[in-house]
Design a protein around this ligand. Structure first.
Ligand SMILES: [Zn+2]
Ligand SMILES: [Zn+2]
Ligand SMILES: [Zn+2]
Length: 207
């Protein structure tokens, strides 16, 4: 325990250095959540994908990237097949309006660009030439293999909807887990029916 002081200092400095960028990222996450509420799914998807690009070069914190992944999955089913592959003109307009600058395929605030390390910036610049991800064909998501469109058979009642787990006990009370429906929301994809492509981490391209 002798070294606790220097270790704490180092941690504090590290946290402070990323705090400014985390502020920008959390604002983008808030904006995307609002866009979903307003049913602007394509724009929200672009905002999430932009953050996924940033994450590949300069990793976001665990909570933020989880939100990005959830958002990509949640918006994927609302897009037309070709919408997922290209950044929309609407997103680019929004980025310019906010004063963001382009680094490779990503749009970020100028201050965040200044803080990017040379290797992170280089990685983003190079990813413009990246190929379409063969695993997801550029969609950034794949169908969840665990369910049908986000719905799974209830494990507690084996899909019968009745407590007791057998059709014979038809006089049993409705299953408490599924409320008698025999089906529940898939936990793996949180009911979206999609999972973020593990090969490209949601951006739709690979080096
Ligand atoms: Zn059930
Ligand atoms: Zn699922
Ligand atoms: Zn992919």
């Amino acid at each position: 325990m002798k070294n606790w002081f220097p270790a704490t200092m180092a941690l504090a400095v590290a946290v402070r250095l990323v705090a400014a960028d985390e502020d920008w990222v959390s604002k983008e996450l808030d904006a995307a959540a609002q866009q979903i509420e307003q049913r602007q799914f394509a724009l929200a998807h672009d905002v999430y994908r932009n953050l996924a690009f940033v994450h590949q070069a300069a990793p976001l914190n665990a909570m933020a990237i989880q939100q990005v992944h959830n958002g990509l999955a949640a918006t994927a089913g609302r897009l037309k097949a070709d919408e997922a592959r290209t950044t929309s003109a609407e997103f680019v307009e929004r980025a310019k309006r906010l004063g963001y600058v382009q680094v490779g395929p990503a749009w970020i605030p100028p201050q965040a660009k200044e803080r990017l390390s040379a290797s992170a910036a280089g990685k983003l610049e190079r990813s413009v030439q990246a190929k379409v991800c063969p695993a997801c064909q550029g969609r950034g998501v794949s169908d969840c293999a665990n369910c049908q469109s986000g719905i799974v058979r209830c494990m507690a009642c084996n899909g019968t909807g009745r407590a007791g787990g057998s059709p014979i006990t038809s006089r049993g009370a409705p299953c408490l887990i599924c409320d008698g429906r025999g089906k529940t929301t898939c936990l793996l994809c949180k009911g979206t029916g999609f999972i973020v492509c593990p090969k490209c981490d949601g951006v739709g391209t690979v080096e």
